[in-house]
Ligand binder design. Sequence first.
Ligand SMILES: N=C(N)NCCCC(=O)O
Ligand SMILES: [Zn+2]
Ligand SMILES: [Zn+2]
Length: 329
Amino acid sequence: MREIPRIIDNGNIGPVNSTLVPRYSGESTFALLPRLRDLETAGRSADIKIVGAPFDTGVSYRPGARFGPAHIRQASRLLRPYNPATDTSPFAQVQVADAGDMALNPFHIEEAIATVEHDALELTADGASLLTIGGDHTIALPLLRAASQRAGQPVALLHFDAHLDTWDTYFGADYTHGTPFRRAAEEGLLDPSALCHVGTRGPVYSKNDLDDDARFGFGIITSADLYYKGVEAVVTILRERIGDKPVYISLDIDVLDPAHAPGTGTPEAGGLTSRELLEMLRGLRGLNILGADVVEVLPSYDHAEVTGIAAAHACYDLLSLMADLRAAK
Ligand SMILES: N=C(N)NCCCC(=O)O
Ligand SMILES: [Zn+2]
Ligand SMILES: [Zn+2]
């Protein structure tokens, strides 16, 4: 068979050229980007790596996020190399590659968490930036451990989610998808002066949940705040809060309204549109982004790839921010 033609721009090996090869055929890597393994075999490395974390042992309601990485990759086949919203070509600015999936033990949460931390550190040992596609939100804890270790300091956090995820325990378990940011705060991974949830909504267990959350230092822009203030005003607030601190972005796809992301584990009514989310992400240009994740995508509850497409586009705009930052350095 003939060699698959890729787009090579600015010396970087990009996606399969989908004007020459049907984009629905062949291996499913994120945005049809090259595999990290193949780049490394050719003696090259990547500036930004995308890795899957297929894991959903930490969920409290619908299971299925273990199939999220494959679904996001499949939905990302239609992405194109130039991003008009930011006037950037992320896959030409820097080398981006798909590192495949971590091998996470579904029967042992602590072991899976340790593997995520280990693999994230290994993938970033050469200075690369990491975008992780989940997987349930449990994985944000080891990803934050790795990010703050790399940064050598507690990190700022922008957390897009319907939920706080600063709850304490479920069934006595410390490590679940509802508890990663409480554990991260307890472990000293977070800079309490630069933390914000965005898109929060829906009932919680008690008013105390909000008091605990504020005690860890989190600010909250609820979904209703965004509706009343608008994207631009919210972006200004977020930029002021984060400043130039190294920031990790954790994006639970349930931040979107179930109309925009039905395929998720703990859906809540009254959420963001995908347009609002993408516009907010674009407003974060220039922030010192250490790494990011997009989690909680469940193909079994998705329809017509609605959630997969939203997640793939959120990943694309996160990659655009990360690539632009690295290219400017
Ligand atoms: N991280 C996500 N998606 N959800 C957390 C919800 C935890 C709960 O069942 O209360
Ligand atoms: Zn959530
Ligand atoms: Zn979450």
